[in-house]
Each structure stands twice: as C-alpha cells, then as structure tokens.
Design a protein around this ligand. Structure first.
Ligand code: GAL
Length: 664
C-alpha cells in the first residue's frame, strides 16, 4: 500500500507484445501509438519463455531494447510480471506445481494459468523471476506501473485440489479453529459422521459422493481466496522494495467473484479490470431479450457496475486495463461492436473516474489461441477501424482537459465476495446467483439516474450514505447491524440477508439473524421456484413479481407490511429506516422498491428512458445512449452547456455538458 504513484489524467493505453513481432517493427508500432495519441503501453505479462528460455538462462536484452524503443516515442510503460505463464521446463521440473481440477485431474501445459497458488515451489519461482525483472527494470524512468500476474483466477483456476492445496488448507484450518473439536463444531461435522480427529485428517471438499459439507466448502473457498492474496503479496513486496514510486496494479475480470477482490486490492495502488462488453453480454446475461437489444453495444449496466466496483477496490484509483476494440474470440458468439460503441464504453469509464482506458490489443496476432481477436491493427500491421476510433477519442479527451473531482454518491450497494461463494455452494434453487441479485438492484439505481458506490459489507464502509442496500448478504453481522442501527441511512435487507452465521449455520434466532435489530421480523421458511413460476405482488401490476425465491416472513408489532404477495404473504416490510424484501424481485418490482426507498431517503430518482444512462464527474454531466433509438436528452442537461455532442443523442451517442457557472 504505497500510494506513492500519482493519479494521472485520462489517458488511452494499449496492450503490446513486442515478442510477437520482428524487432525492426517496434519503432513503427511505437510511432503509430503516439500518432494516435496513446500514451500508456502494457508489455511483458506472458513472456517468461522468452525471458528465461531455459533454467537460469536469462535473456533480458530484448525487453530492455523494447522498453527503450517505446520510451523513445514518449510512451509510459506498465510491465507485467510473467507468472500467469510458467514455461515448459519449469512445469517439467516440478509437475506438482500444476493446479488440479475438481475431478482430481492436473491441468495440462499448453495454455496459461496452469499453476497452483498453494505450491510453495512455484511461489518461490515467481518471487525469483519478479526479483530479476524488478532489479533489471524497476528504476527505469519510463516504467510507471507494474501489473502483477494476469487475471488471477481466469479459466476457473482459483480452486485447486492439489496436494499443496490440501496441506495449505490443513494449516489454515489449524490456525483458524485452534482445535479440531472447534472445527468439528463449527462445521457441524457430527452430521453424517464427518468428524475429524486431527487437522491432518482433513480432506478437500471434492470427489465426495454427494455434495460436501457447505461449511467446509466455504472454509476452502476462504482458504483459496487467501492463497491468491498471499501469492500476489509476495510479488508486490519485491516490487515495492526494488521499484519504489511505481504504481502496482492487477487486472481483474468482469462477472468474476472467486476470490475476495477487496482483500487483494489492499496490496495494490490501483485496481484495474478487463472490460469486454460484447463478450460478457452473452456469457453473463440470462435474459435473451436484453441480449438481443444490446447485442452490439453491450449491457448498459454491466460494465458500469464493474467500474464502480473496481473504483471501490482501488480506493478511488482504477483503470480499464483491457478494453474490447472489436470482435473477440472467446464468447459463444462474437459480434462486432456498433459504430460508436467503443467510444461510448471508453467515455463511460472516464466518466466513472478511470485514469486510463487501455485497449487489448495493439495488433491482431495471426497465430496462437487469439488469432480471431480483433485489435487496433490488422494482422498485417495496417490500422484497423478501431485505431481511428482510438485516435479521435484521444483528441476528444485532450479537448476536455483534466477531470474534476468525483461527485460523491448517496447510495451504497454492499457487495460481498463471501456471499457469492455461499450462494454458489448452496443456491437452493437452480439459477440463484448473488451477482445477479446485486446487479438487479444496481440496474434499478442506474435506471433512476442515481449515482452508486459499491462498498464492502463492513460497518465502516456504509457510513455517510443516505441509502444502503444489502441484498443477499449471507452472514449476519452484529457490528454492521449496530452501525446501521446507530446511523441515519435508509437500509434495504433481503432476500437471504443474515440467513447464516459466518460458519454457514442457520442463526439461532433464525434469519435475518443479527439484522433483526434493524427490523424485528423472522424468516420462518423459504421456497425456491422454477423459472416459469411468477409470484405476483398484490396491486403492483403484472410486471412486478418474485421469481425463483420467496420467504415466508412473520413480522412483529411495529413492522409495517408495505407489499404483499398475491397469495397474501409479506413481500416487503418496513420499520423506521429499515426495509426487508422477502423474495427475488423482477426488474420492474426492483425499480419500484428502489424508487420508493430513494424518495424516502430524500433523493430525487427519475426514470430515464430505455438505454439512457447518466454520470456526473466534477462539473461535467455525461449522458449515454445505449438504446437503439435516438433520444432527446435536453432535460437531463438542464443547467449544463454541451461541450461534446448534442442533446439529440443518436444510438451509441455521448453528450457531455459542463455545469453552467451560475449553478456551480
Ligand atoms: C483477457 C486476458 C488477455 C486476453 C483477452 C482476450 O482475459 O487478460 O490476455 O486473453 O482476455 O479478450
């Protein structure tokens, strides 16, 4: 946590692989980057086999020359540590460093991310190569940042069921629980005679005949998440020592919750993420209508959610490290972005406070796994369409000048990685997904034009907001409940909030456990429903209903029943500043609930037209059109003078208005 790096003004970057191209080409590439206005370039993150082709045979000269070439063109460099791709000789030397999948099969060599985070030998090897690089390049004047590894957990690699993971997990359990009796009690191991007599008897929760004990699964997920944090921290410490003053960052992913990103980010200066709006659309969204509507522009809220999430992880400092520049290669189908979409994505990121938006990648590779992935340059080295888009975006950013300070949000949505694991372990109804639940509320807030901070679900993080949403927060948390009871925020709990203890048992007082101090009601029973079943909300119209999940709630005196289900149960209950929602709301119902709560909290929600979204940054108001039709957004620009674009907003359009001076 050095924080020594200084926040930079909005810049465009690019991901570049000098090792893929003849050295004579590098200067041309660097000159073309500069000509477009690109100022940041990330290199090196998959280059281990070229940096060390055989054990101890270090070949750093080519990388030094590449850095010098980029530096000569005035580019700032982000150097990746190459640990996502351990080379063949290393794997052959220690085959037990390979991660092992849930089926007990070692991951094969021949792609990337094949290592196990728990393997002590691989941790040492990573530390060794990072030390070599940090010594060689750490103080290079063109080096502004380090990217540690690449996309931790990509390709489903956080959980490894190796011998190293088993040993690490046993030690972790001993440290957490102290005695084996305490562990047996915490996990409820008396059930099905699962009791252990010693920590070294503990097995990993895979290959069991039927589901493993959820408490043990959760413990293993906690252990695995910490293993990623420990792996990362080792590299960060080396870099901090040998390369002072440079930002240390990592590129996280979208729709990915397999380790605690808040925990890992405490070791970083900047959180970054890789934004592939069209790739994510088909992979992450269940709703086919929405997929069709936003096929070439991406979901209006998915990227935005991650911008806000990673801004929180980076404690205000964040980048888009990889931005889709055209069709990608890895989604089930890979449409091309609509004209204007690439600019729209980049501007929304900058409006959310991104310091850098960097494209993946510079030039399309004619070889290897990603040869169908578009880039700013065509495979033959000529500019692709997106090169021109990047160049004109650079001109637009230069004309806008440095951004003002972020406008504080008044709504917080708590996001909790352990809750994502808990509901993956025990969905109870197929399709119940924590991220979708949170995204549903986030969409409603965005649709109402409200700025949202995504915060960790901790007492100290919810302070100062007018409205706090804690949907699906799995574990009761007395400290958080007390902070909210003492505060003056409006609070929305449920469904499933506080329905377990931290050790994955049902609280003695029944759900919502400790949160009963905010609203005295009890969830007696729950049911999950197949997708065709809709449970209507009385008096709210056909679009408002619960799907998939509903709870049978009894409320104590003083609790007001705000809404009932069509069959007479409690749908939404409130007391004072707290409300409890007893089911999974349809989008229309989520919108109604959030609108009502926001009004009660003294905010001014207004329903934006389909596809229109708004952000404020300093004195600037950005309005985006993700929809298929042109829209007049003059009303949203009231009190602002357009500085980019105009109030008649075409599809994929962006208009930016500056607050009029008398209103400032
Ligand atoms: C990211 C990854 C890149 C590249 C890209 C393709 O997940 O970090 O290395 O694979 O996706 O879209």
């Amino acid at each position: 946590m050095s924080g020594e790096g200084t926040p930079r003004r909005p810049a465009l970057g690019v991901c570049y692989y000098p090792e893929h191209w003849p050295e004579e080409r590098w200067a041309t590439d660097a000159a073309m980057m500069r000509e477009a206005g690109i100022t940041v370039v990330r290199i090196g993150e998959f280059a281990w086999s070229r940096l060390e082709p055989a054990p101890g045979d270090l070949r750093l000269d080519w990388l030094r020359r590449a850095i010098e070439t980029l530096e000569a063109a005035g580019l700032e460099i982000v150097l990746g540590t190459p640990t996502a791709c351990p080379p063949k000789w290393l794997v052959d030397r220690s085959p037990d460093m390979l991660a092992v999948d849930r089926e007990g099969r070692p991951r094969g060599f021949g792609a990337r991310r094949h290592y196990c985070f728990s393997h002590p030998g691989y941790r040492d090897e990573s530390a060794r190569i990072v030390t070599v690089l940090a010594k060689a390049f750490g103080k290079h004047p063109a080096l502004v940042a380090w990217q540690v590894d690449n996309e931790y957990g990509c390709h489903d690699t956080v959980l490894s069921y190796s011998a190293a993971a088993r040993d690490g997990f046993r030690a972790w359990c001993a440290a957490r629980y102290g005695t084996i009796d305490a562990l047996n009690r915490a996990w409820g191991n008396v059930f099905w005679s699962m009791e252990y007599r010693a920590f070294d008897e503990i097995e990993l929760p895979n290959l069991t005949v039927t589901e493993a004990n959820p408490a043990q699964e959760l413990a293993f997920r906690r252990y695995a998440s910490e293993a990623v944090v420990v792996f990362n921290r080792r590299q960060v410490e080396i870099i901090r020592r040998l390369s002072p003053g440079r930002d240390v960052l990592h590129n996280f992913m979208g729709g990915f919750t397999d380790f605690d990103h808040f925990a890992l980010s405490t070791d970083l200066d900047v959180a970054t993420w890789d934004s592939y709006p069209l790739g994510h659309l088909e992979r992450e969204l269940r709703d086919e209508g929405r997929q069709r509507r936003y096929l070439r522009v991406g979901d209006p809220d998915f990227q935005a959610f991650h911008h806000d999430l990673y801004r929180a992880c980076g404690r205000g400092r964040w980048w888009v490290m990889e931005q889709q520049p055209g069709a990608v290669n890895w989604a089930p189908h890979n449409p091309a972005p609509a004209p204007g979409a690439i600019r729209l994505w980049a501007q929304e990121a900058f409006a959310a406070g991104a310091e850098v938006v960097s494209f993946f990648r510079w030039r399309q590779a004619p070889f290897g796994q990603e040869q169908m992935h578009e880039a700013l340059l065509l495979p033959d080295g000529r500019p692709n369409e997106s090169y021109e888009v990047a160049a004109s975006l650079c001109r637009e950013l230069a004309a806008l000048g440095p951004p003002g300070p972020p406008v504080p949000a008044e709504v917080a949505l708590a996001f909790d990685y352990e809750s994502a694991w808990a509901w993956e372990i025990q969905p109870q109804g197929r399709g119940f997904r924590y991220l979708d639940l949170c995204l549903g509320f986030y969409r409603a807030l965005r649709r109402l034009g409200l700025a949202v901070d995504i915060v960790p679900a901790r007492a100290e993080a919810v302070d100062g907001y007018r409205l706090v949403l804690l949907p699906g927060l799995f574990a009761e948390d007395p400290a958080l409940a007390a902070a909210l009871a003492d505060g003056d925020q409006r609070v929305l709990l449920g469904p499933r909030s506080g329905s377990k203890t931290g050790e994955f048992q049902i609280p003695e007082v029944l759900p919502p456990g400790a949160f009963r101090s905010l609203i005295p009601l009890t969830v007696l029973r729950v049911e999950s429903l197949p997708p065709f079943e809709r449970l209507g909300i009385a008096g709210r119209g056909p679009a408002s209903h619960f799907t998939l999940w509903r709870e049978f709630v009894v409320a104590e005196a003083g609790v007001e029943v705000v809404d009932r289900t069509a069959d007479g149960g409690i749908a939404l209950a409130a007391r004072g500043r707290a409300a409890y929602l007893a089911g999974l709301p349809s989008p229309a119902y989520a919108l109604e609930i959030v609108e009502r709560l926001a009004r009660d909290a003294g905010l001014a929600p207004r329903r934006l037209p389909e596809g229109i979204r708004v952000r404020d940054l300093g004195p600037l108001r950005y309005v985006f059109n993700y929809g298929a039709a042109a829209q007049d957004v003059s009303d949203l620009l009231a009190g602002h003078d357009p500085v980019v674009g105009e109030a008649h907003l075409e599809p994929c359009g962006v208009v930016i208005g500056a607050r009029k001076v008398q209103d400032a």
